[in-house]
Write a protein that binds this ligand. Structure first.
Ligand SMILES: Nc1nc2c([nH]c(=O)n2[C@H]2C[C@H](O)[C@@H](COP(=O)(O)OP(=O)(O)OP(=O)(O)O)O2)c(=O)[nH]1
Ligand SMILES: [Mg+2]
Length: 324
């Protein structure tokens, strides 16, 4: 009997991708030539890591070849594993925090400086979806803690927002969903005025999600794992969806529903979940680097942990006590 050899798995291409920012926070994008893979779409400059090169060496060489700039410092932003029908890529995406030179499209490619919120106006390859999310999310996300009355919630929220936070998850599990909607409608007055993103979190939030003009909804891990196929029809298209995750299976589910971000916890011991063993930064990094979604570290963290979280492949930190 004749045996047929299994089709050889094509090799995954390791690509160094650079998000170059100027000192006004604008990001440099370039248009891929029509004839190349994913041609005609916009990209963050970069290219294949060659044999024997470190990621930073590849990034520096590619940005010099494509843009005539040199990389002086870069931090990990997100790692993407994506299978196109004709090519499998691993995009190691870095935020280029320090560089010199005058960027030009050396290969004749059009380039443009854009604000993070303008990125959605440009067509990017499908693999870039989590990168675009990561670039529009802040480093710190507040989770609201305990409060005595609605007025106390407002007072605490305003004090927290005055420290420059740009994303808030309104968590109030002990109130009815009707009361929750009232609290959210009050909170939105304070967040919208400051351009702060407000995410809704409540055990019954999916029943009332359209009653508040918020920016997104945050799912508990059990809500995430028991989602019906109709989740996307309940939630407005332009809303963010976030989720709390504690395991690789939950992270996979968040990727499947194309979550905008996740929380991964507990990184350190935390007063809100005493007795839960912390995973520590090494485990966090292992899980975050494999996740195809921006990951906030959560659990016993404060401002002084933001840099650690980013160095370990996270988007930043989420916390209650640090800012409440
Ligand atoms: N540079 C870059 N590549 C991306 C992005 N998104 C995305 O899917 N890719 C894919 C397209 C390509 O298959 C691969 C990168 O290859 P490339 O064409 O930039 O590689 P290169 O600069 O080394 O090009 P070449 O020398 O082989 O012509 O990754 C992105 O934002 N930036
Ligand atoms: Mg390239």
């Amino acid at each position: 009997m004749r045996t047929i050899a299994p089709k050889a798995m094509a090799k995954r291409v390791h690509v160094a991708v650079g998000v170059v920012m100027d000192n006004q926070g604008r990001i440099l994008i370039a248009k891929r030539p029509d004839h190349v893979h994913q041609g005609g779409l916009w990209e963050f400059p970069g290219g294949k890591v060659e044999q024997g090169e470190t990621l930073i060496q590849a990034l520096d060489r590619e940005l010099f070849e494509e843009l005539d700039i040199r990389v002086d410092g870069a931090l990990p932003l997100i790692d993407i594993i994506h299978d196109y029908p004709d090519k499998q890529v691993h995009l190691a995406v870095c935020r280029v925090v320090s560089w010199h030179g005058m960027p030009v499209g050396k290969e004749g490619q059009p380039t443009r400086w854009v604000e993070p919120h303008e990125l959605d106006q440009y067509p990017f390859p499908a693999a870039n979806y989590p990168i675009l999310n990561a670039l529009q999310l802040p480093e710190r996300c507040l989770i609201t803690g305990e409060f005595a009355t609605p007025a106390d919630l407002t007072r605490r929220l305003r004090a927290a927002l005055s420290t420059g936070l740009r994303m808030v998850l309104l968590r109030a599990h002990d109130v009815s969903v009707g009361e929750y909607v009232c609290l959210a409608q009050e909170a939105i007055q304070h967040t919208k005025a400051k351009g702060v993103k407000l995410l809704l979190a409540h055990p019954h939030i999916l029943d009332v999600v359209r009653e508040v003009n918020a920016d997104g909804v945050h799912l508990s891990s059990s809500q995430l794992m028991s989602l019906g196929a109709d989740v996307k029809t309940n939630i407005p298209d332009d809303w963010m969806i976030g989720a709390s995750c504690h395991s690789p299976a939950e992270l996979r589910q968040a990727e499947l529903i194309r979550a905008s971000y996740v929380f991964l916890s507990p990184v350190k011991a935390t007063a809100s979940h005493p007795g839960k063993p912390p995973m520590g930064w090494v485990k966090f990094a292992e899980l975050a680097r494999r996740a195809q979604v921006p990951v906030y570290a959560l659990g016993g963290l404060a401002d002084c942990d933001v840099a650690q979280a980013i160095e370990h492949g996270g988007q930043g930190i989420a916390a209650i006590r640090a800012w409440w």
